[in-house]
Design a protein around this ligand. Structure first.
Ligand code: 26Q
Length: 819
């Protein structure tokens, strides 16, 4: 019998005993010197024990039935905290609350001791974390694969209104949520050259490469309502093999470690770019290290089944989270033809049946391209394979559709620029059996625009939609206990947590006076919690009776935080012109921003400074008082979102139509009873379909009109909107500080510089904001809409997304352990 074969005890006394044991033997602490951090660690390690057992059971279960496995490959997993989530998943939160009281601590305070695992930038990374949660919860055999960055997403400080980046040293504390697996390690090669040799079936070998060792760390993902536990396997560079023994023996101890730093650097830091291609050599090496270790691990596990290669795709599905892991296609092909003696065609058949690709953006600056010379230097064999893939692909195209040279050069994986570039999205399409966008409008747009030529080549069926979703475990049950209690009471039990469409039952109580009051009170309590958080993080006092208007997301021109703050200036101007009595009659608002800018993104950083400068003036204006407050919360991250999201009355998702692939925070806000002010973009469109047009404030030009408006701004501009002109005049008067500093923001929000159509949408944006004010004054209507929103979001659980992937792309069935 294996040591973990017994269920770990779940009663309070046994848990307390194991906490004492961890405090004493893992952390060298006794009850008299146990501080909050120690208590957190001691308790967390007892949860770790319980998760490990379930992880083992889950793995054995799926191995025993030869289940197909999903390998979700993502350069980012934005996990956030695990503690609270794990207690809820195990159904032990009450027990742990009692245990922490016995230790002399409040469980809520211990939860705040945990640092976020911030191994991602934003939407794409958080989506990966939600998906692993849902795969586990829905009893699919799914693992995430990623990188264990030593420094995650930087910590954002706001100093004098400017963003200042500090390193995220999240590994300084012990991490109870990971298991080092030194026995699971692979060699990854870089550089060297290709030699022609008869000794391999392909006739090629890769010689004189530099080798690195990569080691696995497993992060179990507890799942609510099932004993299945998922896993995120993160790779880290192993440094000990790079220890230079010759130098060491010659007495040069420090010198002997010279290579260690170089090795560590590959998994050192997450690139803090979101929707922006860095194009850096180190990033390419990170991508390859990640891909190579993952593909080797997948093959290793496949070989343990003893099945023939022809069944590989029946046991393995590989999902590419954007193009970042696309080299996996070339890596699997390389291993099959160079090392497994397979013919090109047989290998390619296996590759294309296993891989599928998710696209998350159409922004040209975000599409990954790698210079051919760079790839040739670092990955000479892969470059050769990519050229061969391209050659066979173009030959196939020439045969199947009579095509012009122009057409071939447009769809070539190699862009004929100087230097030539590898177009990673095209490689991903050619090497996959399915390509999906992340919301219906986005999937339609990629088929009609950036990938339209590939629809001609492969047919329409290869391109599908899978609308994103979010896990209701974290984004409702965990972050909003008040709302969760109302749903549980309405549904009769907690089954809605992993069967979210059941929340529609809330709608039956929309006319129940008592229920409506409690619904409102829950929102007010969440706003009070956020007000306290704002006081603690910004030192600003806000009144939680005001309308909370929230825009939190990465700072990017296309997301138009600039339009929001220009609208705030308009509101400020309007209030200033009123008599004090008129002013007090207006809906009081707190306008809340948060989000990080990529460190090298000049305009995004200037937007942050501008928001803070405007906030300074508005918040200190005695005429304005509580009628308008503007707040920029520093260091937006998953754990901050868990406080912010439940507290919105309105949240803004106001990207230029056609630019935001989906958005996922829009879903979180509406699930928590917030209304949306948004453009006809991304998942906003489907949210409107579900909750009803009356429940959402929508404005702005449509995606198909954008090009024409851009053209007109450049060549036939309309006169500037008078309100926007007045806002510019206020900026130019110098009230917010040196107008020269902010002039670039004026220039990029109107005329030919206005790429994201701020000036075009400004008037309709202000009208939509007026409609928000009017509705908020009518509290009963507002509550009705809020309840309808909260009850109609069943579609947007990531359980539904994962089921869509399972049925339409992965061809896989769920199976529960202990079933
Ligand atoms: C690429 C090359 C080099 C360095 C960094 C990158 C890079 C990193 C992260 C490029 C893009 C990203 C992240 C993109 C992202 O988060 N996209 C968002 O994905 C969400 C989930 O599908 C959508 O909801 C959002 O609309 C989309 O913007």
């Amino acid at each position: 019998a294996k040591f973990v074969s017994q269920e770990v005890p779940r009663d309070e006394v046994s848990i307390l005993n194991s906490v004492f044991s961890h405090l004493a033997y893992t952390f060298h602490k006794n009850p008299s010197n146990t501080e909050a951090m120690d208590a957190y660690n001691g308790i967390a390690f007892t949860i770790r024990d319980r998760l490990l057992k379930r992880l083992e059971d889950t793995d054995s279960h799926f191995i025993s039935i030869n289940a197909k496995r999903i390998n979700y490959m993502s350069m980012e997993f934005l996990i956030g905290r695990t503690f609270d989530n794990a207690m809820l998943a195990l159904g032990l939160r009450k027990e742990y609350s009692a245990v922490s009281n016995t230790l002399g601590f409040n469980l809520e305070d211990l939860i705040d001791e945990e640092r976020d695992a911030a191994l991602g930038n934003g939407g794409l990374g958080r989506l990966a974390a939600c998906f692993v949660d849902s795969m586990a919860c829905c009893n699919y055999n799914g693992w995430g694969y990623g990188l264990r960055y030593r420094y995650g997403m930087f910590q954002q400080q706001i100093i004098n209104g400017y963003q200042v980046e500090a390193p995220d040293c999240w590994m300084d504390n012990p991490n109870p949520w990971e298991f080092p697996r030194p026995e699971i390690s692979y060699k990854v090669k870089f550089y060297g050259n290709i030699a022609k040799t008869p000794s391999t079936s392909s006739g090629y070998t890769w010689e004189n490469a530099v080798e690195y060792d990569v080691m696995a760390f497993d992060t179990p993902v507890p799942a609510f309502g099932t004993k299945n536990v998922g896993n995120i396997r993160l790779w880290s560079c192993k440094t000990n093999d790079l220890f230079d023994l010759n130098r060491f023996n010659a007495g040069d101890y420090p010198g002997a470690t010279g290579n260690m730093v170089a090795a560590d650097i590959l998994t050192y830091v997450l690139y803090p770019n979101d929707n922006q291609n860095a194009g850096k050599e180190l990033r390419l090496k990170q991508e390859y290290m990640f891909v190579s270790a993952t593909i080797q691990d997948i093959i290793h596990r496949f070989k343990l089944t003893g099945k023939p290669w022809s069944e590989f795709h029946e046991l393995v599905a590989i999902q590419l989270n954007d193009t970042h892991p696309t080299l996996g296609i070339a890596e699997l092909q390389r291993i099959l033809v160079d090392e497994e003696a397979m013919s090109w065609d047989a290998a390619w058949d296996i590759v294309t049946k296993s891989f599928a690709f998710t696209n998350h953006t159409i922004l040209p600056e975000a599409l990954e391209k790698w210079p051919v010379p760079m790839m040739g230097k670092i990955l000479p064999r892969h470059l050769g394979i990519i050229f061969d893939i391209n050659l066979f692909f173009l030959q196939h195209v020439e045969k199947s559709i009579p095509s012009e040279r122009e057409f071939l050069s447009r769809i070539s994986i190699i862009e004929e620029s100087s230097p030539q570039q590898v177009r990673m999205a095209y490689l991903a399409i050619v090497g996959s059996h399915r390509v999906n966008g992340v919301a219906q409008i986005h999937s339609d747009i990629i088929k009609a625009t950036i990938f339209s030529e590939f629809v001609k080549v492969f047919g329409s069926d290869k391109f599908v939609n899978v609308t994103n979703g979010v896990t209701t475990r974290r984004w409702v049950n965990q972050c909003n206990p008040g709302l969760s209690a109302l749903i549980t009471e309405t549904v009769g039990d907690e089954s809605w947590v992993d069967d979210y469409p059941k929340a529609h039952l809330l709608e039956s109580r929309v006319n129940d006076e008592d229920f409506r009051k409690r619904w409102w009170d829950v929102k007010q309590a969440n706003k009070l919690r956020l007000a306290t958080y704002i006081k603690d993080t910004c030192g600003i006092t806000v009144n939680h009776d005001a309308l909370f208007d929230i825009q939190v997301k990465r700072i990017h021109e296309y997301k138009r935080q600039l339009m929001n703050i220009l609208g705030v200036i308009h509101r400020y101007n309007t209030l200033k012109k009123m008599t004090p009595e008129q002013r007090q009659d207006q809906v009081h608002r707190v306008i809340i921003f948060a989000g990080k800018s990529a460190s090298g993104y000049y305009i995004a950083k200037l937007i942050i400074k501008f928001i803070n400068s405007v906030a300074d003036v508005v918040n200190n204006d005695k005429d304005i008082g509580d009628v308008l407050k503007v707040v920029f919360i520093p260091d937006y991250c998953v754990s901050a979102a868990e406080v912010i999201v439940p507290a919105s009355d309105i949240s803004q998702h106001i990207s230029t139509a056609g630019t935001e692939a989906s958005g996922t925070s829009n879903m979180k806000f509406v699930m928590n009873g917030g209304l949306i002010l948004g453009t006809v973009d991304g998942a906003n469109v489907e949210i409107a379909e579900e909750v009803g047009d009356d429940q959402i404030f929508m404005f702005g030009v449509l995606a198909h009109e954008v090009d024409e408006f851009r053209f007109n701004l450049r060549y036939h501009p309309d006169p500037l909107d008078a309100n926007l002109q007045a806002v510019y005049d206020t900026i130019k008067s110098g009230v917010f500080g040196n107008p020269d500093e902010f002039n670039p923001l004026v220039e990029c929000s109107h005329g030919p510089g206005d790429n994201y159509l701020v000036s075009v949408d400004f008037a309709s944006y202000l009208m939509a904001q007026d409609a928000v004010d009017a509705l908020y004054k009518d509290r009963e209507s507002w509550i009705t809409k809020s309840i309808l929103c909260g009850s109609r979001m069943g579609k947007f659980t990531s359980d539904r997304s994962i089921t869509d992937y399972a049925e339409n792309i992965w061809n896989i069935e769920p199976s529960a352990v202990d079933a």
